[in-house]
Design a protein around this ligand. Structure first.
Ligand code: ADP
Ligand code: MG
Length: 454
């Protein structure tokens, strides 16, 4: 039998939707939508490195988010999606080969908005208001997930674009109804809202600092202002270098310092909860993608770094990567982690390690010279990370090295004997109540003297 046929290898829509929404949290989906608004605003501002010293003013931009059990919405005034982008790109799953990357954007994989919409609910309307030669115009794209999944023509993955009433400013509005069960439950939970607010305040602190307004359920979010201690004896590091990926430059800035004095003793150290702010932060084009990391991603417990310990609390380090082409950044698709295999990140790590080492060594010395350390730390003032001057090393107070008592690691011996024989030997050694440990030591010493000599 001669067969020349083909097997259908196309993914089903259902499988595809499950896969793309599986590994992303609800919070991260919302952050993806915020990223898109920010990319819009940043593009309107001309695109520039989103570092600590960007000369940006985002105060005319606003992102208004509403979350409730019945409906989700995000509305921005960040320029909108052009009709052309909507047709060719914005609603396409994944970037096409050869697609251009916007200047200094955070979006890179071309999946964020679609993934968020599928994760959030069953009925979504994306409306884009845009400036045209004849004034404001608008169109909308309705995503009815059930209809889309069960279409007769399974190969038809398109979404219809139709006209809409423009809003008062160019921007995007995304309204999701008929929320999925998990989404509705989370949105109804005050703890979820609180957490989301905290994550936004932390992860967009750079944009918020430049004036961007993000409002969640009617309440503006205040950015988290990271501060570090500074005096003549205690200075945060702020260094910068340019790394090359092929011919493309990636700017890398490292800022690290003492955000708070370390705990006085290890007992206190263990009390501090995991949810604190200390550790390393990785920032890609202005967006925090890894926060307060005390684990392997930022190097702790690898390549000669110590494991994170409560003794190191008080340290904050940021490594900021900026590039015109977001695909050069060490970002994972969820933007909630660094791509540790990235070359730029691998080359930054030893530099981060040196900083961490300076700190860990200081915290050890400090334990032996606490009074002196505190006297030297006290005069330091807290300054915002945005106003830390360039400084090639992380300077910490000089303390005298207290020689540590030499540590002898003992070897423990344990063995079991018949109780009767134990008692007999204890009596023979002159003490019927002798503890097991003492009896063991005594007999060891006696044999040692005999065989090795005292
Ligand atoms: N709020 C928005 N403002 C302007 N453009 C947007 C907005 N949301 C989405 N877009 C457009 O849709 C595109 C696709 O978004 P997304 O699926 O998140 O992928 P990515 O951000 O990786 O490109 C964006 O690149 C952008 O062109
Ligand atoms: Mg995006």
């Amino acid at each position: 039998m001669k067969i020349n046929d083909k097997a259908d290898g196309n993914p089903t829509k259902g499988f595809f939707v499950r896969m793309i929404t599986r590994d992303i949290s609800l919070e991260d989906c919302i952050l993806d939508l915020i990223d898109n608004s920010i990319d819009g605003a940043w593009k309107l501002e001309g695109g520039m490195p989103a570092g600590l010293s960007a000369n940006a003013d985002l105060s005319k931009y606003m992102i208004d988010i509403k979350i409730a059990a019945k409906q989700f919405s995000i509305v921005d005034n960040c320029g909108g999606i052009s009709l052309r982008d909507a047709k060719d790109y914005a609603f396409t799953f994944g970037r096409k080969d050869g697609d251009d990357f916007e200047n200094y954007s955070i979006g890179v994989y071309g999946i964020g908005m679609k993934r968020a919409v599928f994760k959030l609910g069953m009925n979504t309307t994306v409306t884009s208001t845009i400036n045209t030669d004849s004034g404001l115009d608008a169109f909308k794209v309705v995503i009815d997930v059930k209809e889309w999944l069960t279409r007769k023509d399974v190969k038809n993955w398109d979404f219809k674009i139709s006209s809409a009433t423009p809003r008062t400013e160019a921007g995007v509005s995304i309204v999701v109804d008929n929320l999925t069960e998990g989404t509705a439950t989370s949105f109804d939970d005050p703890a979820f809202q609180k957490r989301l607010r905290r994550i936004i305040a932390r992860d967009y602190t750079i944009h918020l600092h430049y004036g961007l307004r993000i409002v969640l359920n009617g309440k503006p979010i205040v950015g988290w202002d990271i501060e570090m201690r500074s005096s003549s004896e205690l200075m945060p590091q702020r260094t910068h270098y340019v790394d090359l990926v092929g011919n493309d430059p990636v700017s890398v800035e490292i800022v690290a310092g003492m955000a708070a004095p370390p705990p006085d003793d290890s007992a206190d150290a263990d009390e501090i909860d995991d949810d604190d702010a200390y550790g390393w932060y990785v920032v890609c084009n202005g967006r925090v993608v890894l926060a307060a990391d005390k684990g392997e991603q930022s190097g702790w417990g690898t390549d000669g770094w110590p494991q994170w310990h409560g003794q190191y609390n008080g340290f904050i380090g940021l490594v900021l990567f900026t590039a015109t082409n977001a695909s050069l950044l060490p970002l994972t698709t969820t933007k909630r982690n660094v791509d540790v295999s990235s070359e730029v990140f691998r080359r930054a790590r030893p530099k981060m390690r040196d900083v961490s080492r300076t700190w860990t060594a200081y915290t050890t010395l400090r334990k032996g010279d606490l009074e002196e350390a505190k006297a030297k730390e006290d005069p330091a003032a807290a300054i915002s990370i945005f106003s830390i001057p360039a400084n090639s090393t992380f300077v910490l107070p000089t303390l005298k090295a207290v020689p540590a008592a030499p540590k002898i690691r003992n070897t423990r011996i344990s063995y079991a004997v018949e109780p009767k024989r134990f008692r007999e030997l204890a009596i023979a050694l002159g003490n019927i109540n002798m503890s097991r440990a003492n009896l063991g030591l005594k007999t060891f010493d006696r044999v040692y003297d005999e065989e090795v000599g005292s």
